[in-house]
Design a protein around this ligand. Structure first.
Ligand SMILES: O=C(O)c1ccccc1NCC(=O)[C@H](O)[C@H](O)COP(=O)(O)O
Length: 261
């Protein structure tokens, strides 16, 4: 499965990162960070639909994405239309980079999530150092103990956590740590097919007060109408925005549609 390949490559990349900046040093840098996080949770918890706009250069399902605009123009549009930003930092399969993250951090006042495949505390310290307000924890690639430990570490560093799940079993595991933000990925990572039914099926498992995010495959007005029925708090949208020449208008239209009575 693609996730196994990504995780194996991530382990190799981690070694390279640790050779450049040691674990001890990264920890020291993170603990010395003076930047106060912007609450990712609050940005998504407010009334109405919240949108996390994603920046990515490629993905296993889309391949290399043809850029419709420069990074700065895109982020200017996101700054005016979405509630938070997701930036892929995974290098091998998404062509992401911590440098893009830092570049966006400099020009956006919005809370930002480091979107990566987190399997080691080093990446959480690194997230803090590059200016992340939130990290993604993918239930499918970590144990219960890791989930608990990484959640605690993120909180210690003043960052929120978005726990991503794909099915009932992962949702039950995730709920054990009482996450403030929980996501359901609509993409089947074996064959990349999208089913928003994932969101509909898992939605009732999520307790009130927890911010519920539907992730992946949101590309049409019909999807927005369907997700409104599911009563999601937020959407994570990547491909549709990256392929659009007007992501600001798209985000505004979809929010208006969702929030309309
Ligand atoms: O998008 C992929 O191909 C993918 C493959 C393997 C693991 C994760 C993957 N996607 C990560 C994401 O979570 C999406 O980038 C994000 O949910 C936005 O999805 P979309 O709006 O469909 O671009």
């Amino acid at each position: 499965m693609i996730l196994d390949v990504i995780v194996e490559d991530k382990k190799k990349k981690l070694k390279e990162h640790k050779n450049r900046i040691s674990e001890e040093k990264m920890k020291e840098l993170a603990l010395a960070c003076e930047r106060k996080s912007i609450s990712f949770y609050e940005a998504l918890a407010k009334p109405g639909l919240s949108i996390i706009g994603e920046f990515k250069k490629a993905s296993p399902s889309m391949g290399k994405i043809k850029m419709t605009m420069e990074l700065t123009d895109r982020i200017d549009e996101y700054n005016e239309s979405v509630d938070a930003i997701s930036c892929l930092t995974e290098e091998d399969h998404f062509l992401g980079n911590t440098e893009y993250f830092k570049e966006i951090r400099k020009i956006s006042p919005l809370p930002m999530i480091r979107k990566d495949f987190i399997i080691d505390p080093y990446q959480i310290y690194e997230a803090k150092v590059i200016g992340a307000d939130c990290i993604l924890l993918i239930a499918a690639i970590i144990s219960d103990d890791q989930m608990k430990e990484y959640d605690k570490l993120a909180a210690k560093l003043g960052m929120d956590v978005l726990v991503e799940t794909h099915d009932e079993e992962e949702m039950e595991r995730a709920l054990k740590i009482h996450p403030k933000i929980i996501g359901v990925n609509n993409r089947n990572l074996k064959d990349f097919t999208i089913s928003l039914e994932n969101t509909k099926r898992l939605r009732p498992m999520v307790p009130e007060g927890t911010v519920f995010v539907s992730e992946s495959g949101v590309t049409t007005k019909e999807h927005i109408a369907f997700l409104k029925e599911c009563k999601v708090d937020a959407l994570l949208i990547g491909g549709a925005f990256m392929l659009s020449e007007h992501p600001k208008e798209l985000a505004a239209d979809w929010k208006a549609l969702y929030d309309k009575n």
